[in-house]
Design a protein around this ligand. Structure first.
Ligand code: IMP
Length: 424
């Protein structure tokens, strides 16, 4: 049985925990998009693991982990994660595989990300400054892209890095009056990346098809969320990859029809980091309550997340384009203590009602949310493991999410631990 877990909001939905749980019944976990802009937190016992690049399944010792072609691979981050887990007793040899075709995020990508954001001033996207956009831009422009497989021929790589540095230096100097790129310094780092990472490099597409032929159970792990998808999100306030379920086939070389179930992950409210439209945002006491109770601060950047009500219009859209079979509703416990809860069930744009999410900035900026209001509950639900034991008001909230998104809620998160999960 193959599964794909994908975020249906603006990222940070709690995918890491769901992947970690589902990984128990999987042979292989595959990270197929994004880069170190992502931050997946998994809590096991008293240990907290914040992963940016390694698939969340890495915490299950028997699971193989694959990082595919479409991942923007920061060699420093992945090396730190490998070393960190090795020091905590995890074995990664013969268990972690990285695509030779994954594009490398190098220091000059991070510099470029920062310089561009600084130059945009109030129009900035609010990126994570992890070099993701510039790395994918180089991939699409092709001539100056560096891939994992390029680490195999260091002499050729050195020549290429000199050409890249010449080009980027001109760009940085002319556009930003910034320092030139030191090709030799980048090359020296690449030499050590080659030594540390090449043992993990392989053709992951071939490997995944072999696993499929052997009948292995594969779990695909999405990064970020559908509303940050470069093609289907709230452009230009998006990330630079296909972070929706639609990115899974191109991102891994495995056709979507070989996946048996797509699971969409959402929070019982909405959050977003960085700039961009957010129709249900609550920049007030309610938003602050959710932020503090849900610890809504970025795993990657530590930035406070913007918080708001659950947006059924946006989630319905994301669930539809991802053809998700079911929903995992996370952080239900965070809503406890709010007197009244709201779900946005429809948008009003001018005189018209919009039931379909308009992934278009002009329209989104005019949206007025039509809410359904329901009573909240005070009880602490973090110890509950059966749906029928939840307060009736919490059960009602879950049922309304199902009705409005038109998808069954089969998993409910009531706390950060593996055990704090209700299966229906
Ligand atoms: P970038 O991916 O660093 O270029 O950032 C582009 C936008 O995506 C910014 O608004 C980021 O805050 C957002 N973003 C990127 N990765 C994540 C994530 O894992 N969670 C939430 N937001 C993200």
């Amino acid at each position: 049985m193959n599964h794909c877990v994908v975020g249906l909001q603006w990222g940070d939905e709690g995918k890491g925990k769901i992947v970690d749980i589902l990984a128990e019944q999987s042979d292989v976990v595959v990270r197929y998009s994004g880069g170190a802009n992502a931050g997946h937190t998994v809590i096991i016992g008293d240990d907290r693991f914040a992963l940016h690049l390694l698939p969340s399944g890495v915490l299950r010792p028997n699971v193989k982990c694959v990082i595919t072609n479409a991942v923007a691979l920061d060699p420093e981050v992945v090396t730190t994660e490998i070393q960190g887990l090795t020091a905590r007793g995890f074995t990664l040899t013969e268990r972690l595989f990285i695509s030779e075709n994954a594009h490398l995020v190098l220091d000059y990508h991070k510099t470029e990300d920062r310089l561009r954001e600084e130059s945009l001033g109030k129009n900035k996207i609010g990126t994570t400054i992890r070099g993701i956009g510039p790395c994918y831009a180089d991939k699409v422009q092709r001539s100056y892209a560096i891939r994992m497989g390029d680490l195999r021929d260091l002499q050729k790589l050195r020549t290429k890095l000199h050409a890249v540095a010449e080009y980027k230096s001109k760009l940085f100097q002319v556009l930003y009056n910034a320092e030139a790129v030191d090709a030799e310094a980048v090359f020296e780092k690449c030499k050590s990346h080659a030594e540390r990472l090449l043992p993990f490099a392989t053709d992951t597409t071939e490997m995944l098809h072999k696993y499929i032929a052997e009948g292995k159970s594969i779990l695909f792990e999405g990064a970020q969320g559908t509303l940050l998808d470069i093609d289907h999100g709230t452009f230009p306030f998006v990330t630079s990859s296909n972070s929706s379920a639609l990115g899974m086939p191109a991102g891994s070389g495995v056709p979507a029809k070989l996946v048996d179930k797509f699971i969409g992950v959402v929070k019982a409210y909405s959050t977003r980091v960085g700039a961009g439209p957010f129709p249900t945002e609550q920049d007030n006491e309610i938003g602050r309550y959710i932020r503090e109770k849900g610890n809504e601060y970025g795993t990657t950047t530590g930035r406070p997340r913007r918080c708001g009500w659950f947006d059924a219009v946006a989630v319905r859209y994301a669930a539809q384009i991802g053809a998700v079979d079911s929903i995992a509703l996370m952080h239900l416990d965070t809503l406890a203590g709010l007197q009244e809860l709201k779900i946005c069930m429809e948008y009003q744009i001018g005189q018209e009602q919009a039931a379909f999410f308009p992934a278009n900035l002009d329209k989104l900026s005019q949206v007025r949310c039509v809410y359904e209001t329901m009573p909240g509950w005070d009880d602490d639900i973090t110890g509950i493991d059966d749906f029928n034991d939840l307060p009736l008001k919490a059960q009602h909230f879950v049922c309304r999410v199902e009705e409005m998104t038109k998808k069954p809620v089969t998993i409910i998160g009531v706390g950060p631990r593996r055990s704090q999960t209700i299966f229906r």
